[in-house]
Design a protein around this ligand. Structure first.
Ligand code: B3K
Ligand code: ZN
Length: 904
């Protein structure tokens, strides 16, 4: 492993920029083998830096050939500057200027880059036939020499010159102000962005694209043109994104008072993209997977993702672009806040409780695991080697929870006042998470001093709660304790300020009044307790009989809660709690408890005996579901589907002390089989009741109905009978929407029935034949096969790597095959032969030479090696060591591997 790569950047070393750029003029000459970039930067020494005598101008730049540099129109000679792999340095700029650097100067560079050879998908690159860019976080430095840091904000004017036939559409940020044609078949367009921005928000697109168009009138009456650009074949898949965009624009006006600010808003769909999408000012660039959708090719989940990502990127226009980050340690300032905003938007568009259930499930499964592993870091990290590795679940998801907790603590009205203050005060600035918290604090008057620890301490707090009823005194006492395990670099934690939303239920399920002595609120039946001490007690008065506590309602804080509730109390909460999230949570806790008990017995060689209360509880939910489907109270159906879903193997793994991959799989299968057998009739009835002849709609009611229907089918497919197989195959062939087709295909492929194998094979072949021209559908086809729990899947995955449709340079393909296998197929990936680990390590090494960001991301499952038994630990560690031993690892992979091997 190369030590040279181990440079760590620290927040404590932050310094304001010595030089500023006021205006950036760029000219791109796009050609088939190279691109010429000519920059003209209007710069000056930063006057805000007291006593600034900085005289060395250092610009970031990578992977380019410098043709010439000039200062105020004078070409510099080779001895007047230095160039290395990462920078261009002018050591004594004052000496080259007639006046002080404060008065300003113009620096111009001409460089050559090769987008055609750029497989990192960062900077300017080609996807299919189109040119596009990805600059966040530090990709702009692959385009031209620049001050590539978010606190340097400039006005951009961009001219793109390209062959008119191949690249009829030329786009950049802002408004197109001029265009023209050259004699040689080339044409050009000049774009001007009137808003100052950091270079990470720069974008350029050139290609043969088609677009759909719409308009939006803002609340103040301004007319905005909306355009979504795609390849011609995808024009029929843009409507959902457009509708989502308009909904998001309206929502941000109504909920945050934020209006769009340019005359045009553009989205471009690109097939080769490292992540979901990018919020470039006025020109969002999207992974095709997050923008294209139509019922025949797109599942409900993907429809919802399109809506969420379109909204997320749009919301960044304020939370990210108008107010941006001072440095990359502040990433959660824009990401956590924007995830919170998009989650609330989705909640308003669909089923609020279900959205919360989905988000919490994801957080508790994936973010909690991250926070318990070697890459654990605070929401505002103190250091990093490669910033690309910090686009994490902690920055995004936990960051959103931190914002949600602020809203819990200050209340909804104050939260809005706080966000207004934040946007007004910091419009046009590059700021810190501290600025955000201060705005919230000032607007609300609530002290958030202790709360700030959520930004600086990593790890998931653990909270124990026990309740005690004192009959003679008619009091109910809650005793709470909190702690947080050590995480890398943070052996000791201070107590957190935890908002604990709660209520108490009486025997009939009624909400009791919560009287705390010395407090004036009366009549409240729900409240947010401020938990701030390591050990704390709350005593409620006038409680007539022993209540059942409903704690952490809506998952008001991202903690691991251990409450001393027995299974009868959980069943009571499941049906009686007024908080939908907690009803679901009780169902999960019940199932988790039962399964953990069975696993313990299984591990000791005993039998797996399921506590019948789990089946009783499922029976009750099913009764509701059937009644509901008959009465068509459809919104509830989504919740019922959640209540009937068993905790995933991944969640059970996260909860385990030591992960017993096979044991967890065996227990979960056993429980699901038992529930299917015991409630076969109800599931069959429900499956029928959820059929519908209505045309497909990706709305809350339709999504709910299909999820309940496919969940019923999944249980039915566990029965040792031929009939469900036929039903499933019929759904596969007959359904007119991808949600039902995909669900049926998965079930066929995963069926343990002997007759299923042939049907599954036929279904897979038919599916590919039908959809081979739809890249995103083919990705699903890869995933279905990669996640099959049957034996031999790894061989199948290896064979698919050679398939005509697979392309290791396309991140969506990599994710849908290699990523899906290693993250979504625990039994096969963790096979004790170690072949799954070996396979992954080989792919990572190959990818590291092509696309380091994707390679580093694929490492995640291997970073968890300490959570497994000795044999697996050894195998996983050996693969990490094999990767570490390679020369010339990227900084991305180096950081993750070295931290995984060193932290304990
Ligand atoms: N801001 C981008 C993420 C950029 C990732 C760079 N490695 C998308 C988003 O969060 O909206
Ligand atoms: Zn974002």
């Amino acid at each position: 492993m190369r030590d040279a790569q181990a440079t760590t950047i620290y927040l404590k070393d932050y310094q304001v920029p010595t030089f500023l750029i006021d205006r950036t003029q760029l000219r791109f000459e796009l050609e088939e083998t190279q691109t010429r970039v000519i920059s003209r930067l209007s710069m000056r020494r930063n006057p805000d830096l007291i006593g600034n005598t900085g005289n060395t101008l250092r610009l970031d730049g990578q992977d380019m050939t410098l043709v010439s540099v000039s200062l105020n129109g004078q070409a510099l000679s080779a001895e007047q500057y230095q160039v290395d792999d990462e920078s261009l340095v002018i050591a004594n700029i004052s000496a080259l200027l007639d006046q002080s650097p404060e008065q300003g100067f113009e620096l111009s560079c001409e460089t050559l880059i090769k987008p055609q050879e750029n497989t990192s998908l960062e900077g300017l690159y080609k996807s299919h036939t189109m040119f596009c860019t990805q600059c966040e976080a530090e990709g702009f430095r692959k385009i031209t020499y620049y001050l590539d840091r978010p606190d340097v904000m400039a006005m951009f004017e961009t001219t793109i010159v390209a062959d008119k036939r191949r690249y009829p559409v030329l786009l950049s940020n802002g408004n197109a102000i001029k265009q023209g044609e050259l004699d040689d078949g080339r044409h050009w367009v000049t774009w001007e962005d009137p808003f100052r921005k950091p270079c990470y928000l720069f974008a350029l697109v050139a290609g043969d694209l088609k677009s759909i168009e719409d308009r939006f009138t803002t609340q103040s009456g301004r007319d905005v043109m909306l355009r979504i650009f795609v390849e011609e074949k995808d024009l029929d898949k843009c409507d959902h994104a457009m509708q989502s965009l308009k909904n998001a624009m309206r929502w941000d006006e109504q909920v945050y008072g934020r209006e769009y600010d340019l005359d045009i808003f553009m989205i471009v769909a690109v097939d080769d993209f490292n992540m979901g999408a990018m919020e470039n000012k006025g020109l969002n660039i999207f992974n095709t997977s997050c923008v294209l959708a139509k019922p025949e090719t797109t599942t409900d989940t993907a429809f919802q993702r399109v809506e969420a990502v379109v909204a997320h990127e749009y919301f960044h226009n304020w939370s990210g672009n108008r107010v941006t980050c001072r440095d990359w340690f502040q990433l959660s300032l824009k990401e956590g806040f924007t995830v919170f905003r998009d989650a609330e938007f989705s909640a308003d568009m669909g089923s609020r409780t279900v959205k919360r259930v989905e988000d919490v499930t994801f957080l508790r499964t994936a973010q909690f695991a991250e926070d318990a592993g070697p890459m654990s870091h605070p929401v505002r990290p103190d250091s990093y080697m490669e910033i690309s590795n910090f686009y994490t679940l902690t920055i995004y998801e936990k960051g959103a929870e931190v914002v949600r907790m602020i809203r819990e603590l200050v209340g909804e009205e104050n939260f809005r006042k706080g966000s207004d203050l934040y946007f007004e005060r910091h419009d046009g600035q590059a700021v810190t998470t501290e600025d955000f918290v201060r705005a919230m604090e000032e607007a609300s008057g609530v002290d958030l001093q202790q709360f700030r620890r959520w930004y600086t301490q990593s790890g998931t707090p653990v909270m124990h709660v026990s309740g005690h009823y004192n009959e003679p005194a008619q009091t109910y006492e809650l005793s709470l304790s909190q702690s947080c395990p050590p995480t890398p670099g943070q052996p000791h934690k201070e107590p957190f300020h935890i908002p604990l939303r709660m209520g108490l239920l009486g025997a009939g399920g009624n909400e009791l009044e919560l009287n705390l002595p010395g407090e004036k609120h009366s009549g409240l039946t729900e409240r947010v307790l401020n938990v701030t001490e390591p050990v704390q007690r709350f005593v409620f008065h006038n409680i007539p009989a022993a209540p059942v506590p409903s704690l952490l309602r809506g998952f008001s804080a991202p903690v691991k809660l251990h409450a001393d509730l027995d299974r009868d109390q959980l069943m009571f909460l499941m049906t009686r709690d007024s908080d939908g999230f907690n009803r679901w949570n009780a169902s999960q806790e019940l199932a988790v408890g039962v399964m953990q008990e069975m696993l313990a017995s299984h591990q000791q060689g005993g039998e797996m005996v399921m506590d019948s209360r789990l089946s009783v509880a499922v029976g009750e939910v099913l009764q509701h579901a059937v009644a509901d489907a008959q009465g068509a109270n459809e919104l509830d159906q989504a919740m019922l589907a959640q209540l009937l879903s068993l905790p995933s193997e991944a969640y059970l793994s996260e909860l385990a002390e030591e992960i017993d991959v096979d044991g967890i799989h065996a227990v979960r299968e056993h429980v699901a089989d038992a529930l299917a057998a015991e409630h076969a009739a109800a599931f069959a009835q429900l499956y029928q009741l959820c059929q519908s002849d209505e045309p497909y709609r990706a709305d809350a009611a339709g999504i709910a109905r299909r999820s309940l229907k496919n969940l019923s089918l999944a249980y039915l497919m566990r029965l040792p009978e031929p009939k469900p197989l036929d039903v499933c195959f019929e759904q596969f062939t007959g359904a007119g929407n991808m949600t039902d087709v995909d669900a049926a295909l998965r079930l066929l492929v995963n069926s343990r029935q002997p007759q299923a194998a042939a049907l599954a094979e036929k279904a897979l072949a038919d599916f590919y034949a039908k959809w081979r021209h739809e890249s995103l559908v083919v990705n699903q086809w890869f995933t279905v096969q990669a996640t099959a729990s049957r034996q031999g899947t790894l061989q199948q995955v290896k064979a698919l790597m050679e398939h005509e449709a697979f392309d290791i340079r396309n991140p969506n393909k990599v994710r849908s095959l290699i990523g899906a296998f290693s993250n979504g197929n625990p039994v096969n990936f963790h096979d004790l032969s170690g072949e799954g680990y070996q396979f992954l390590a080989e792919q990572i090494l190959q990818l590291d030479g092509l696309n380091p960001q994707i390679a580093a991301r694929l490492l995640t499952p291997l970073t968890r090696w300490r959570r497994y038994g000795a044999q697996r630990q050894k195998l996983m560690k050996a693969e990490l060591e094999r990767i570490a031993a390679q020369a010339d690892l990227s900084r991305d992979v180096y950081e993750v591997v070295s931290k995984s091997l060193s932290a304990s």
